[in-house]
Ligand binder design. Structure first.
Ligand code: NDP
Length: 310
């Protein structure tokens, strides 16, 4: 059984080494040097891989994402029929996203943009004291990443709300679900954090209508996917003051084009899809576990529900 590995050239060798360290018998082929197409039974792919290429491997059975997201594997034309798709679930990924969310929640809560601006102008002026118990933080998505980040905010004393597709209950989190739940939750979010998967249902979810439902002067934090945001609508909401500031880690397209208004916007924090970066050494055990299960015909782990898209 051969395994196709396809990612940025800079990290290809690191991935191969991490997998071989756990199972030296693995036959890993670095794309595009894959040898005979009929050897390939599993593929580990990141965003750059052309999905049409995956139709060249007649015995392909499993596609593993190199991150928590799988939208890059489900976009048209999608995975070849009959091929299972697995995601990663990893403590380091979850921890890192939690840190990035907290960094930005605290940045906005503690008026850091305003104080930096004052510092540039040598202005010594106290702003109104922020009150943690009155700053409501809402999460779109309470999955692996959202639930953890929500728990961190809760532990600091922020009132936390969360929105999911199906009903959820999470200690200390006021939960909402479905379209009516979204309309009910948004007016109560002083800070809105998006940690949804990108699916046909969630694409463009941060748009003029949903942003207008937030309290005036709310903050938006997007660590999920660029496709969740209608950029023109967010820029208009920033312009009007409906949204006070945004922290964005993900964009459509990536890299963010050099002339994009986000780069220089005084109320937008840009990070280069770096909120939570997969560390091959950390995720290798679950990838190898799935490859061994595939080889032995046992049930696979961390499978994605292709119908719901995550
Ligand atoms: P999960 O699949 O574990 O959780 C997804 C959550 O979103 C669930 O709570 C789910 O609801 C909810 N959801 C999905 N569809 C809808 C919908 N239509 N309406 C309402 N809620 C919905 O995902 P993760 O937490 O692991 O990851 C989330 C995303 O974060 C990834 O898909 C990826 O795009 C992004 N990501 C970004 C990274 C970065 O560095 N910026 C790194 C890693 C991931 P329910 O509970 O009902 O199923």
């Amino acid at each position: 059984m051969a395994v196709l590995l396809s990612t940025k050239p800079a990290v290809m060798e690191e991935w191969r080494a991490a997998l071989l360290a756990l199972d030296p018998t693995l036959d890993i082929r670095l794309y595009p040097e894959v040898g005979a197409p009929q050897d390939i039974e599993a593929a580990i792919c990141w965003t750059s891989h052309d999905l049409a290429d995956l139709r060249r491997y007649p015995r392909l059975r499993l596609l593993i994402s190199m991150g928590a997201g799988v939208d890059h594997l489900l976009r048209p034309p999608g995975p070849p029929p009959g091929v299972a798709v697995a995601r990663l679930k990893d403590e380091l990924l979850t921890t890192a996203m939690g840190e990035w969310v907290l960094l930005n929640v605290l940045r906005f809560h503690r008026q850091d943009l305003e104080y930096r601006d004052q510092q540039r102008q040598r202005i010594w002026r106290e702003l109104p004291a922020p009150e943690t118990a009155r700053r409501r933080v809402g999460f779109l998505g309470l999955g692996e990443l959202g639930a953890h980040a929500a728990g961190l905010c809760r532990s600091l004393g922020f009132p936390v709300l969360g929105w999911t597709r199906t009903p959820r209950s999470l200690p200390g989190v006021e939960c909402f679900h479905g379209p009516e739940g979204l309309a009910a939750m948004l007016p109560r979010c002083d800070i809105l954090v998006c940690l949804l998967p990108l699916t046909p249902q969630t694409r463009g979810i941060l748009n003029a209508r949903t942003l207008s439902l937030l309290p005036r002067g709310a903050y938006v934090i997007n660590g999920a996917r660029g496709g969740h945001v209608v950029d023109a609508d967010l820029l208009a909401a920033l312009e009007s003051g409906q949204v006070a500031a945004a922290a964005l880690d993900v964009f459509d397209p990536e890299p963010l084009p050099p002339d994009h208004p986000y780069w220089t916007h005084p109320r937008v924090i840009v990070t280069p899809h770096a909120a939570s970066i997969t560390i091959p050494r950390s995720v290798a055990p679950q990838v190898v576990e799935n490859l061994v299960r595939l080889r032995e015909g046992r049930p696979l782990i961390h499978l994605v529900d292709l119908a719901r898209g995550y």
